[in-house]
Design a protein around this ligand. Structure first.
Ligand code: NOJ
Ligand code: CA
Length: 713
């Protein structure tokens, strides 16, 4: 498969360089590189002062204007100016790689690679290499500091990477919080970003927004001409997470890294590389999602054994705690994770073909999991007396359902870091091959931030220790997704956004929230959003609560588990989220009794989680999106379409379906009178026969959605 084409050979380029740059005068002729299909063009240049810079074009139109690069150190001069170019090397790479799970089975990896080696013209004569990979859908570039005498151990105080915008674009942002990404997105012009206004969020267990003018990435923007740009990073390894500081006057973004306690950003030793700084560019919003830039900029799979890595749907002892029906700990006599309750969920999973059951609160320590007394409370191995882990795992095995373990750290990373090897080995011995991790609360030791270099390294260590123990990781309160799933396919999903749970206990996720996520957070990678709440007003059940209850009585109660909370979507929109929000593990998040006997539950039973291919049919950030995906193991297709508070009416051509096949379309749509707030439970199921090329009308209610299962006949 691998087909390496050397497009330009070193010789040609260097001769151009020597011709253009008489030594010492610094007149370096800019280098231009075009992406494989010539969609994007990159310009690399040196300023008069010898500072490296770049420009990016989409079909002759500037997308990123002249932007400069550089690094600042603690105890040595910055690597920033006075450079001369030693060599320029450009090669074209065209290859395809396959993955065990993903939005598509195959990933095309076609790019032009520009490598520039720089040397200071000063007495220090230090070296710095820059590497640019230009794709048709974006650019990635990084710093590569080679081993050298003048540069050994360094403390990076600042990375001076710029992204100069060409205008005051519309944008969708969360603040540059160093502790958490669980904020609502705000839509505003770049010049009107006000991250400082997002401080003091009462629903966050930890938050620190040092710069009122910084945002977290992926940061997605739309130009006046409709070009979509998203800036993020790929392969964040042994480095600090990057936020973007906005210079509002000059409309320039610059890298602002999360710091160590003493203000240092990154501790490194040559040779080292930075993460890739990425700029995704698309003439339409959907193109951002279809782009594989972020995974392509990561290293190939490093794991030998992938046998335990399985995409799956799962249920869990989880939502009931968020609703207050039960608790994580034993206080108050409402413990959720009992042997009996776990078996109830295993039965439910087995009956419906789900692969896993997440069990939170099975291990001791939860009485103090939030608050000031969180240090040393968990050992991640001692069960509560009413939970028999061996019995539960054995029962799961009998029913072909695996247990998903849980490592909530409550931010006590000092303790977890020391015990994680034992905690993972414990699960491995028990036959548990998936774990959800959690990092709620300010960190112990308090000298670190969730998104700093120390934590980036901790999160990576957990993925590696998990792999050693044949365990998949679903991280909550994680470091952002930067595509490391390519290298570590056991890094199956992560949260890293304001998920469904906020609907149970905060001011809630407004209808547009899930219309922004696909174009922002999801560009990083899979999301454990936990869709599928059917009981949208969180009503109390009036009848007997149990597995086989007559469900006619279920939504009759006016009373709510959480009177001040609700899920702000229609029921059909909850179904559509299984297709729109990508994850190889998808939870059926509601209580089993809310699904039992419910006709719409059939869609969650049918929907698959591993895809041959995926396409975005239409979409506008924050407004609407329609996604189709084809099952990896059959000819079946699935469609999810969702909207914000605006009702929509689309004609969709079923061009994506396989040629020459007849499909039974099972359509789950909003009822004629459905509305996310006034009438969210209203839905209809309709069946019809369709084929490639047919037209389909899709109507979405305010805050609504539609999910379709195209079953190949
Ligand atoms: C926060 C996680 O996001 C949530 O899913 C989990 O239930 C709690 N922490 C407890 O670990
Ligand atoms: Ca969370």
């Amino acid at each position: 498969m691998k087909n390496l084409i050397k497009a330009f050979i070193l010789l040609g380029m260097t001769s151009m360089y020597w011709a253009c740059q008489p030594s010492g005068e610094g007149a370096f002729e800019p280098v231009t590189v075009k992406s494989p299909s010539e969609t994007l063009e990159l310009n690399f240049f040196l300023s008069e002062s010898g500072r490296p810079g770049y420009m990016l074009y989409l079909k002759n139109q500037v997308v990123i204007d002249s932007s400069f690069l550089g690094l600042e150190f603690k105890n040595s001069a910055p690597l920033m100016e006075n450079f001369e170019v030693l060599t320029v090397d450009i090669e074209g790479i065209s290859e395809t790689w396959e993955r065990k799970w993903g939005e598509t089975r195959e990933v095309k990896n076609d790019y032009k690679h520009l490598k520039v080696s720089l040397k200071e013209k000063t007495a220090d004569a230090r070296l710095l290499n820059l590497s640019f990979k230009l794709y048709d859908d974006g650019l990635g570039f990084r710093y590569e500091a080679p081993e050298q005498n003048g540069l050994g151990e360094v403390e990076i105080m600042d990375e001076k990477t710029e992204f100069k915008l060409t205008g005051d674009h519309m944008s969708w942002w969360i603040p540059g919080d160093w502790e958490i990404y669980e904020h609502l997105y705000t839509k505003s012009l770049v010049s009107e970003v006000d991250a400082g206004a997002k401080r003091n969020n009462e629903f966050l267990a930890q938050t620190y927004i040092p710069d009122p003018d910084a945002v977290n990435t992926p940061y997605t923007m739309k130009t006046e001409d409709g070009i979509h740009i998203s800036i993020h990073e790929a392969n964040l390894t042994d480095y600090a997470g990057m936020t973007l500081h906005i210079d509002k006057e000059n409309l320039t973004l610059s890298s602002a890294l999360v710091a160590w306690e003493d203000g240092t950003k990154v501790k490194a030793k040559t040779p080292f590389v930075s993460p890739w700084r990425t700029i995704q560019v698309s003439p339409n919003a959907g193109g951002l999602i279809e782009s594989n830039l972020i995974v392509n900029l990561n290293e190939p799979n490093k794991l030998d054994d992938l046998s335990y890595i399985e995409p799956m749907k799962y249920v869990g002892i989880w939502w009931e705690m968020h609703l207050g029906v039960s608790s994580w700990g034993m206080e108050g006599g409402k413990h959720g994770a009992t042997t009996e309750n776990a078996k109830r969920y295993i039965d439910f999973a087995a009956e419906n073909g789900f692969g896993g059951v997440l069990i939170e609160g099975w291990n001791t320590g939860w009485e103090q999991w939030v608050g000031d007394e969180r240090e040393g409370i968990f050992d991640w191995q001692t069960p509560y007396p009413d939970f028999d882990i061996d019995e539960v795992v054995a029962y799961g095995k009998e029913k072909d359902v695996q247990i998903i373990g849980h490592h909530e750290t409550s931010g006590d990373v000092g303790n977890y870091d020391a015990m994680v090897e034992d905690a993972m080995a414990f699960y491995n011995e028990k036959g548990i091959h998936a774990v959800k991790t959690g990092y709620v609360g300010t960190l112990i030791p308090p000298t670190h931030y969730h998104h700093g270099q120390w934590m980036v390294n901790h999160y990576r260590k957990v993925v590696e220790v998990a792999a050693k123990n044949k365990i998949m990781v679903n991280a909550h309160e994680p470091i952002k997704a930067t595509g490391i799933r390519r290298t570590y396919p056991n890094m199956i999903a992560r949260e890293g956004l304001r998920g469904q749970e906020f609907n149970a206990w905060s001011d809630g996720n407004p209808p547009e929230h899930t219309l922004i996520i696909p174009f922002t957070r999801m560009l990083g990678g899979p999301i454990d959003f936990t869709p599928g709440i059917f009981n949208l007003k969180l009503s109390k059940l009036t009848g007997k609560v149990g597995m086989h209850e007559d469900r006619d009585t279920m939504f009759e109660s006016e009373e709510s588990y959480k009177p001040d909370n609700q899920v702000s979507t229609t029921l059909a929109k909850q179904l559509a989220l299984y297709v729109v929000l990508y994850s190889p593990i998808q939870m059926a998040a509601d209580l089993p009794q809310h699904y039992e006997g419910h006709p719409a539950f059939q869609f969650i039973r049918d929907v698959v989680v591993n895809w041959e291919t995926s396409k975005i049919i239409n979409g506008e950030v924050g407004e609407y999106i329609t996604t189709v995906r084809k099952d990896r193991d059959s000819d079946d297709w699935f469609l999810g379409s969702i909207t914000n508070i605006e009702p929509r009416d689309f004609e969709i051509a079923l061009d994506f379906l396989d040629e020459g096949k007849a499909y039974q379309a099972i359509v789950y749509k909003d009822g004629a009178d459905a509305h996310w707030d006034d009438n969210p439970q209203s839905y209809e199921i309709e069946e019809m026969e369709v084929k490639k090329g047919d037209q389909l009308n899709i109507k979405l209610a305010p805050g609504g959605g539609q999910a379709i299962y195209f079953k190949a006949k």
